[in-house]
Design a protein around this ligand. Sequence first.
Ligand SMILES: Cc1ncc(COP(=O)(O)O)c(C=O)c1O
Length: 404
Amino acid sequence: MTDLRSKFAHYLCQTSTNPLGLVVERAQGSTIYTTDGREYLDFVSGIAVTNVGFTHPAVVEAVKAQAEKYLHVMVYGEYVQAPQVELAERLASVLPDPLHVVYFTNSGTEANEGALKVAKKFTKRRKLIAFDKSFHGDTHGAASLLGNPAYRCPYEPLLPDVEFLPFDETTALERIDETVAAVMIEPIQGEAGVRVPSDEFLPALRQRCDEVGALLIFDEVQTGCGRTGKLFALEHWNIVPDIITLAKGLGGGMPLGAFVGSAEVMRTLSEDPPLSHVTTFGGHPVCCAAGLASLNIILEQNLPQRAATLGEQIRERLEMTGKSANWGIDVRGKGLMLAVEFPTAAQAIAAMERALQEGLILTTFLHADNALRLAPALTISEAELHKGLDVLERAMQVVNRPVV
Ligand SMILES: Cc1ncc(COP(=O)(O)O)c(C=O)c1O
């Protein structure tokens, strides 16, 4: 077997029946170059990961510089490693009080696992609340809070004492009571197809958690790091959760996650007993160096504001075309976390395939296969963005044709 794509199919565990299968040669900015000489404009960013674009030179430089100093030296939390300390300090400076103590992980699901464990240990309670159509990761704890039975049930039994509430229904919040350790929520649901709650919902949730003494965990793995037009989505509602979890865009393309809480909450992990939540690779110095470089770019170039402005442009343009063509297409989201919903899943998939033929990469969502994800890099140029939208608009014409 000489062909790389055949080896990919043979040796790598396949997670999809129909992988995109692009053979990547290199990636730069918003473009992926494949070995067959084609160029693809990317509107997905590795699912909201490369917020500063692929292979940002400053991130690459930080990786190289740190790799030459030291790679792994000790499990998280034992040695003082400058990249971890500097990134944690920078994060603390941009997060609201009292979210100043950071635990680094390798991924989003691990950040959520850590947050759930802290909440149970801190409150000495065991019940957890999540929401329908949520996605918090695929390890057992996070999967227990996965609000789509199709993906959750094959792995049961999972964690006991998990209750699901309808997303954005304020009256249902009464079901959160004094037995609840934590409520985990994506402030804007990602894999549900970008669901933005009404203005009252998250403030009401914060209030209910305070009333019953449950910790509120914001999973900002997808919404964080500038994606929604603010550095963190919590800023849209001025809400301070007890714990925030981050990953995806945090590492600038390197594997890095974090859960961040107050000193009081996070102290739980160092006592009674200590070492009850440890990680070998979490907060790897090379990943933290990349993360710091990426966060600095996001802040220095005010990329959250750029995401807000470009997001508005996309919405205006697609809404206008969709409306004048009477396509029945809905565009929703905030900043550069957007979904374009089609009347049917077959139409969304046909549009996605048509766009790919013209060199534009799009995907659907885990829990919404009738919608296409628009999550380009926050650094995408306006020319690239509109070139991509030209392709998308041509692809959207599938709604005028029967799709079989
Ligand atoms: C909101 C949210 N939480 C958690 C995760 C899991 O992150 P990871 O794949 O890094 O484990 C994801 C991944 O898509 C996500 O969107």
